[in-house]
Design a protein. Structure first.
Length: 573
């Protein structure tokens, strides 16, 4: 069959569009009151007008979008004056907060006099959303429903909302006296509004820079409140993905500025680690002391928006972002890349002297060990033991410690035994194995089973002593002073992400395994004084002159084990 000429196709498409527009006008003329009733809620308005703002893009609804709309409606009613929304990327947050909500307040809510100041780190993004709102308000459908003066069902006179002569790229004004102005976050001086919308104030590429991040936080603290037309009645809405522990959201939470906090991670976490302990992580918001919203998810790992972001998509994001990026942008629980007990620069170098301690190949090692940290059979209120981790570490003749390989996985007990045996077989030189011995009966059975699995290998079962932070202290001290090296491999970046989040991160399995491997290679005697100061007596593993030099450097820097910073601030600051 021959295809139609292009001009014929164009004519047919134009005819179809004309008929659809005519049918829509007839529907509005016939059902205007019913449509307005449907648009009395923000979500109803979004459903009705979505195709105008995002033509050709199907609207996918989910409970998370409804939660955002419910909180914005509470702002409109005056129940919330300060709202902080932390939500992953690609959730239509800018469109919902910066486009639909203002247009809904102007039209369906009869608040056409309101002024909005919308701001973001990106000037083009601000202009994009201003243009989208202008398109929505200026559409034939919106104008037919809300462009003319009308009377509400309760008899209140409502001014029509029509474009005024000020209708540009950065500023739109309506005939009811309202306006929406868009500005980059760094250039809000001189502007103001009844609603201040702060949408992603940080550049994702610059949030790691202390200078840039602190500049943005300072702008928020010093300039935002001055931008309100009525400090008592005007509202501020901040919507963003988390990028750093000390970003704008972190500052809001740390200072206790009275924001209602809608915190929606991509994967549900019933608990999270904060200050070395597990706390309830379910999002709940309160208005006037009453519970307003509660995250409805129940199972660990339940997705936020599976209708749009199914499991396969989320796993792809994890691969692309890495555990640190995913934790902040998608889980809304960032910790600084430099970590608490460990810092990335100790391994990757700080750029000042090219001091990366990641090797292409392993050097000659005089002693090695593979240490394991096994997942417990069940979690309880004080821990989160859900993964098995291992660390193969060696020591060189000159006293350096080299991590050759690390692994982490979640398997059944039977599959774990097979993996442990396969790992041992894959390690060259019959590397000795260290496993933890839990004093409980289950731990004794685990030791027995693992020794049986590893027949032919040297296996040591050691009962862990002290806190996780204390056990990791020796490794942290050596790493700080350039004595711990890594052998390049796919495991390195995930290992760094986890270790450098410790003790604030959700997981600590790989820290435990690495600490046990180090302590096996560098056994030490700790007296009462050294337990508090961090001075350790190393048993014959470092030559005397090297040990003296290391001790001198530690005393000179004033940063022994006990003074290594250990940040315990969680998402609540």
């Amino acid at each position: 069959m021959d295809s139609l000429p292009s001009n014929t196709i164009d004519l047919l498409e134009a005819e179809l569009a004309s008929r659809l527009a005519s049918e829509e006008r007839e529907r509005i003329a016939r059902d205007a009151d019913a449509i307005r009733a449907k648009c009395s809620t923000l979500m109803g308005f979004v459903r009705e007008f979505w195709s105008i703002v995002e033509p050709g893009v199907p609207f996918v609804e989910g409970w998370a979008i409804n939660a955002v709309c419910a909180h914005l409606e509470a702002v409109t009613r005056g129940e919330i004056k300060r709202l902080l929304i932390n939500i992953p990327p690609r959730m239509s947050k800018s469109t919902m907060v910066g486009v639909f909500w203002p247009a809904w307040e102007w039209g369906p809510q009869g608040l056409g006099h309101l002024h909005y100041l919308a701001t973001s780190f990106s000037g083009p993004n601000v202009n994009r959303d201003t243009a989208k709102m202008a398109k929505l308000v200026n559409s034939d459908k919106y104008q037919r429903l809300y462009g003319k003066d009308r009377t509400s069902p309760n008899g209140k006179a409502i001014a029509g909302v029509q474009p005024s002569d000020k209708w540009g790229e950065k500023l739109i004004r309506n005939t009811a006296g309202g306006q929406r102005e868009g500005r980059p976050f760094s250039k809000t001086t001189g502007a103001g509004g009844d609603r201040l919308i702060v949408d992603d104030p940080h550049d994702t590429e610059a949030a790691e820079s202390d200078v840039q991040r602190q500049k943005t936080v300072r702008t928020f603290r010093e300039g935002v409140s001055d931008r309100l037309r009525n400090p008592q009645e005007s509202a501020i809405v901040v919507v963003m993905q988390r990028l750093h522990e000390r970003d704008v959201s972190g500052e809001i939470l740390k200072l206790g500025l009275g924001y209602v906090h809608l915190n929606l991670p991509m994967e549900f976490e019933a608990t999270r680690k904060e200050g070395g302990r597990l706390i309830d992580a379910r999002c709940r918001t309160y208005v006037d002391g009453e519970l307003f919203f509660e995250d409805p998810r129940q199972a660990e790992g339940d997705l936020l928006f599976p209708e749009r972001f199914p499991r396969s998509t989320v796993e792809g994001y994890k691969m692309a972002k890495g555990s640190y990026g995913f934790a902040g942008q998608y889980q809304q629980r960032p910790t600084p890349r430099e970590g608490g007990l460990f810092k990335r620069e100790w391994f990757e170098g700080d750029g000042s002297d090219g001091s990366s301690r990641i090797l292409a190949v392993a050097p000659a090692l005089v002693k090695e060990v593979r240490a394991w940290d096994f997942a417990a059979t069940e979690a309880n209120s004080s821990n989160d033991p859900d993964r098995t981790a291992s660390c193969r570490m060696g020591r060189t003749s000159d006293g350096r410690f080299v991590i050759v390989h690390a692994s982490v996985f979640q398997l059944s007990p039977a599959a774990t035994e097979l993996r442990v045996k396969a790992t041992a077989d894959g390690d060259t030189n019959r590397v000795p194995v260290r496993i933890p011995e839990d004093p409980a009966a289950g731990g004794k059975y685990l030791v027995r089973d693992m020794i049986r699995v590893l027949v032919g290998y040297t296996v040591r079962a050691v009962r862990p002593q002290g806190s996780k932070e204390a056990r990791a202290g020796g490794l942290a001290t050596q790493a700080e002073h350039g004595n711990v090296w890594l052998v390049q491999g796919e495991w390195v970046q995930p290992w760094l992400d986890e270790v450098c989040n410790f003790p604030n991160g959700r997981y600590d399995d790989q820290v435990d395994a690495a600490s046990d491997a180090f302590n096996d290679l560098a056994p030490s005697v700790v007296d009462n004084r050294s337990a508090s100061t961090g001075n350790r007596k190393t048993a014959g593993l470092i030559q005397e002159s090297q040990e003296a030099e290391l001790t001198r450097r530690i005393h000179q820097s004033g940063r022994g084990f006990a003074s290594v910073p250990s940040r315990r601030q969680g998402i609540l600051g």
